[in-house]
Design a protein around this ligand. Structure first.
Ligand SMILES: *Cc1c(COP(=O)(O)O)cnc(C)c1O
Length: 222
């Protein structure tokens, strides 16, 4: 089997699962953006996905994203979802169209000074002890107020990674509740970036608008 056929089959299987998950909870599958997480995989795989019609790609490391993004066509939308190091923000902002992992005002402030406009998600911690990043939900309203006072950032929504030790249904419904509370005050902050290969169906049930899926499409990472 060629790599093209393998990736095409994985992608088709994933998309039918996305459609089924959406329809089973009365959602329109079209309102769910698939971000193909291409970290550790070569450019040739991204090109295959591009040729299959995918345009949204996710990377976790600046070094990788900054090397890959310029090699692909301009109509790709690049998402950064990794841990942010302050000294990498300028480079990240140069290739990533959307940054999903802002959880700290100093990063937001620095980013706002570097860009004319950038779409961001705020990463929320769902109570894990494993440090997968994110701000505590109690501190989120304060961070939002601080960031809204900056000029150049558009907060599109909330992002989270479900803690390993919590049932993803419970984790993602908690995230949806946090989003609902935020949206009562700030109706424009309404998107949810949640769900990976092993839990995207659960995230879709809880209203995810962006799912970030890697291994289900491209295989196990080395
Ligand atoms: C790697 C990664 C993903 C994709 O994970 P898969 O299990 O390969 O689907 C999604 N989100 C984040 C933050 C990641 O680091």
């Amino acid at each position: 089997m060629t790599r093209q056929i393998e990736v095409a089959q994985n992608l088709a299987a994933l998309k039918s699962r996305i459609t089924r998950a959406a329809l089973s909870c009365g959602r329109n599958p079209e309102e769910i953006t698939l971000i193909a997480v291409t970290k550790t995989f070569p450019l040739s795989d991204i090109q295959i996905l591009y040729d299959l019609g995918e345009r949204n790609f996710g990377e976790n490391r600046d070094q990788e994203g900054s090397a890959k993004a310029p090699e692909l066509a301009d109509d790709c939308i690049w998402h950064f979802q990794g841990q942010i190091q302050s000294n990498k923000l300028k480079s990240i902002a140069s290739w990533a169209d959307v940054i999903h992992s802002i959880d700290d005002f100093s990063h937001a402030q620095k980013l706002s000074a570097l860009v004319e406009k950038k779409d961001i998600f705020l990463q929320v911690s769902l109570g894990d002890g494993l440090n997968r990043g994110g701000i505590d939900p109690e501190s989120l309203p304060g961070l939002i107020d601080q960031i809204l006072a900056l000029e150049n950032l558009k907060i599109r929504g909330l992002m989270s990674v479900a803690p390993l030790e919590i049932d993803p249904d419970i984790a993602f419904s908690a995230l949806a509740k946090v989003r609902d509370e935020v949206a009562q005050i700030h109706p424009e902050i309404r998107e949810i970036s949640a769900g990976m290969s092993h839990d995207f169906e659960s995230a879709i049930k809880s209203g995810a608008t962006h799912i970030r899926v890697g291994s289900q499409i491209l295989g196990v990472r080395a």
